[in-house]
Design a protein around this ligand. Structure first.
Ligand code: PEP
Ligand code: CO
Length: 460
């Protein structure tokens, strides 16, 4: 029998990766104020995302989740938000057109600030300081002052998330996402690349289809679905004091919703079944992601699913595998088999980023594009062999032309990494690489969706 859940019951469990604040009084004041701030997302939106993820569970849709590893105060700019949004729309369109399935679009955006780090300290030129933990906790500059956790940073993070969401809502609903304006999505520097040219072919196909629809008398202006998109937000539910302050009872259902994002996930380092992060997430209604890395045992995964989704609700749990290209076959089949054996409803998504991080010869943290593609292809292969549905892709990407991951059609080399290495944490795919990835996996997606249709036919 589980103990009663309370908003703060997570505090009775061990928690990892949460900072110590020197000034407890100030922390309490900040959290109290945030409790009174408006919700960033609404319970009804969160429910509709859960419903769409239920469709992904059943092989009727595909999940695309992407954005920064860590959002930062320094990179906060409307163009960056718009460009990330554009690339996600472009990728979604490539995937939709190859799979003939709807794509559920979720950004790692509008709240993805805190980071679990492999070491609590950083040493530079003999000086040791606490590690950078994300802009809502401390600063990236290497100084005593910046690295001290500062509760007031949560105000700035909330405000940045709110205005990011405001722009995202405008972009999704205000005409920019209209399929008739698809030519506006192609970013200047992508247009000239091979991916940009391939995307133009899709653009032309869609324009033809829209002209046909119009000729039949069905004007897209009367069909909201052709003019707007549903775009959802997500981040890692790491900084529990903040998440707790943003969690409210939904007046229509009487249930708790974390209103800081539609979807939150539990990281690979904080997914202990008897830890505070799992305890907190068990009590909120949002769809929950669980990162599944090489150390996750199948028995532990079943335990986690039972704690977090005791009613086996469709769309509640997304398992995000992140093993590294060479470890997929070793770890994934076991997990898939045990989930199947227990009859648990989950979305299987693939994060091909976090298991493929290496240090370049030039000293940068990077990810070879080939390994990213390899991991996705292997994950699709394993799901096919195991008779389960590979339902999603989870990536770290940006709409900017950065040089953080090596390879891809632009052939970014170790030496190029220093040119535009802007990330505050892990290396992201740039706009070209993200679109290239969508094209490179579209064959797998096509086979996968045909396969899922067969599964659906077989069971219905
Ligand atoms: C992340 O998604 O940024 C992350 C830290 O991933 P993981 O928990 O899988 O290491
Ligand atoms: Co990351």
């Amino acid at each position: 029998m589980m103990k009663k859940w309370k908003l703060n019951s997570w505090k009775n469990y061990p928690v990892k990766h949460i900072p110590e604040y020197e000034d407890q009084k100030e922390l309490d004041l900040v959290l109290k104020k945030i409790q009174g701030f408006p919700p960033l997302v609404f319970a009804g939106e969160t429910r509709s995302l859960k419903k769409s993820l239920g469709d992904v569970c059943e092989g009727k849709a595909f999940l695309l989740q992407g954005g920064d590893c860590a959002e930062s105060f320094a990179e906060f700019h409307p163009d960056n938000i718009r460009d990330t949004f554009k690339v996600i729309l472009q990728m979604a369109l490539v995937l939709t057109s190859s799979a003939s399935l709807p794509v559920v679009k979720v950004g790692r955006i509008a709240g993805q600030f805190s980071k679990p780090r492999s070491s609590p300290v950083e040493v530079k030129d003999g000086k040791e300081l606490p590690t950078y933990l994300g802009d809502n906790i401390n600063g990236i500059e290497f100084s005593d002052k910046a690295r001290k956790p500062d509760a007031k940073r949560m105000f700035r993070a909330y405000s940045q998330a709110a205005s990011t969401l405001n722009l995202l809502r405008a972009l999704s609903q205000g005409g920019f996402a209209d399929l008739k304006k698809i030519h506006l999505w192609n970013l200047g520097f992508i247009k000239k690349s091979p991916e940009g040219k391939k995307f133009k072919e899709i653009e032309d196909k869609i324009s033809d289809a829209l002209s046909f629809i119009e000729a039949c008398g069905l004007h897209p202006d009367y069909n909201r679905r052709l003019r707007t998109v549903n775009f959802y937000t997500s981040h890692e539910a790491l900084l529990l004091p903040f998440e707790q302050s943003m969690t409210r009872i939904d007046s229509t259902s009487g249930k708790y919703h974390d209103t800081s994002a539609h979807f939150v996930w539990i990281g690979d380092r904080t997914r202990q079944p008897d830890g505070g992060h799992v305890e907190f997430c068990r009590g909120i209604e949002n769809p929950i992601g669980i990162k599944c890395g090489p150390t996750l045992k199948d028995s532990e995964l079943i335990k986690l699913c039972n704690i977090l989704n005791p009613k086996n609700e469709l769309g509640r749990i997304t398992l995000i595998s992140r093993f590294g290209a060479d470890n997929v076959e070793k770890h994934l089949p076991k997990l898939i088999r045990s989930i199947k054996k227990e009859g648990l409803n989950v979305v299987w998504s693939c994060d091909p980023m976090h298991g493929n991080t290496i240090k370049s010869a030039t000293g940068f943290k990077t990810r070879p594009f080939n390994n990213v593609v390899k991991e996705v292809k292997r994950v699709f292969g394993v799901h096919k062999a195991e008779g389960s549905y590979a339902g999603g892709l989870h990536i770290e990407m940006t709409g900017q032309n950065v040089t953080e991951c090596t390879g891809g059609a632009q052939r970014i080399s170790d030496k190029d990494l220093s040119h535009r290495y802007h990330t505050h944490c892990d290396p992201r795919l740039n706009a070209n690489q993200a679109l290239e990835l969508a094209f490179l996996i579209s064959d797998e997606i096509k086979k996968n969706s045909q396969y899922s249709k067969n599964i659906i036919q077989a069971v219905s």
